[in-house]
Design a protein around this ligand. Sequence first.
Ligand code: URP
Ligand code: ZN
Ligand code: ZN
Length: 463
Amino acid sequence: MGFDTIIANGRVVTATDTYASDVAISGGKVNAIGQSLPRQNAGKIIDAARKNVLPGGIDVHTHLDMPFGGTRSADDFETGTRAAAFGGTTTLIDFAIQYKGQSLRTAFDTWMQKASGKAVCDYSFHCIITDLQNAQLDEMNALVREGVTSFKLFMAYPGVFMLDDGSIFKALQATSKNGGLVCMHAENGSAIDVIVQQALAEGKKAPKYHALTRPTTAEAEATARAIALAEMAGAPVYIVHLSCNDALEKVREARDRGLPVYAETCPQYLYLSIDNFDAPGFEGAKYVFTPPLREKWHQEKLWNGLKRDHLQVVSTDHCPFCFKEQKELGRDDFTKIPNGGPGIEHRMSLIYSGGVAQGRFSVNRFVELVSTTPAKLFGLYPRKGTIAVGSDADLVIFDPDRKHTISAKTHHMRVDYSMFEGIKVTGMPDVVLSRGSVIIEGDKFLGRPGAGDFLKRSLYSQQ
Ligand code: URP
Ligand code: ZN
Ligand code: ZN
């Protein structure tokens, strides 16, 4: 009996190594790694000469089919996972939202329904907690036992998602015992709300005021508070969508003290800035998401944070709303613009291009940021996040030299604009495999809605 598939002649890249090798796949798993593996009886041979063979990307922050501000994010689990796959992402962790008065179980069941039969690649969920009573504290333990091992809490959006510090502290105490991981949206929502109301009263209603009413200090203060609460609870904490140097400094200080504090940033904070709000007319609405875009100088600080391991992960916070029909809801008032931007498709290319091709960090660090550390922190490693015998054959044959200009005209996300329109990247996926099946070949989608499995995750493990 031969292998199902051999990826031949490629350059295998993991978080630690780069070497020339074939990779053989059987039963959806990596079965052998070595030079000149026997080709006879192989079901299929894919030539990867001059290409990198990477573990599939893992995006731990997406919002597919998510209700927000009277509408819902434009990609569902079929279109969103398909676009992710085109970009080399083969696993994502989305968010199941508990609304006030609901059980966490209801949230989980609702999001399982949204994904089942639709996802083209594997997925899992963090649970967003917006109402934490004793019953939900018990449910947190039950969910962790069932493989939902992370929770997102909000320090922003008072009256909608925000939890008070006491509840946040209780949730952190729970994870310190049950082994889960709290992901924190760190912005001081109460102060921001005051600034927002004052801006509206002064007639400041254009999209740019979304950014101008959410200062970097509000993010830094909440980041420091999240870290302090986690330290008091003896729990790890993961700061989501970190956007600015002020917050980065808080994470760096905590990590220097040896605390289990982690943070992700997203491509929009590395490539875009508050200058994007100079776009004509209402176009600035395309860049309304939280935390907001910052002054340009923060970008290099974030790239440096990725290089120096002050930041550990790049996710997308993909939360697309169409410009024409959805962002439009806030034409007369920036607070009514649905918050979020599209990005699930281009994370790998944007980070390879800006990180590796532009010489900021190694290709191994790139793999660590977009695949290996996400897998380790969120309990998917070594099934996902590396190329090793026994790991899932989620693999990307990545052409490090292929150039591409990002555009809404060619992207696969179900949204009518690109935040990265016109940006030129170097490095694109050629072939993408999910558990051994080729799902992307060039510009062809060969996958199947429903082929993606829900992933039960292990406990967070300290990195
Ligand atoms: O604006 C954003 N980021 N929308 C998605 C929800 C969140 O806070 O991550
Ligand atoms: Zn958030
Ligand atoms: Zn988000």
